[in-house]
Design a protein around this ligand. Structure first.
Ligand SMILES: [Zn+2]
Length: 72
C-alpha cells in the first residue's frame, strides 16, 4: 500500500517534497529513493524550506523529519 504525499512547510505552506509513502503511520523519515520531487534547500546535513524553516536532517539513507515543521 503506497500513496503519493505532498509534504509542505508548516510555516509558509510551500511544497518541500513529493514523497512516495509506503504503509501507514506518521512520516518520521523520508527515504531518499522515494522522494519523487525535491523542492527543498540542502545546506550540509540540514534540509530547509525556501523560507528557511528547518524541515529535517540528512542521515544518508533517509531524511529524518522534524515533527511539527511540515504538513502533508
Ligand atoms: Zn517554508
Amino acid at each position: 500500500m503506497s500513496k503519493m504525499l505532498t509534504i509542505r512547510c508548516a510555516k509558509c505552506k510551500s511544497k518541500t517534497f513529493r514523497y512516495l509513502k509506503i504503509g501507514k503511520g506518521r512520516v518520521l523519515h523520508c527515504w531518499k529513493g522515494r522522494i519523487i520531487e525535491d523542492y527543498s534547500i540542502h545546506e550540509g546535513m540540514e534540509i530547509k524550506c525556501q523560507c528557511g524553516n528547518l524541515i529535517g536532517i540528512d542521515e544518508e539513507k533517509w531524511i529524518k523529519m522534524k515533527q511539527n515543521a511540515f504538513i502533508h
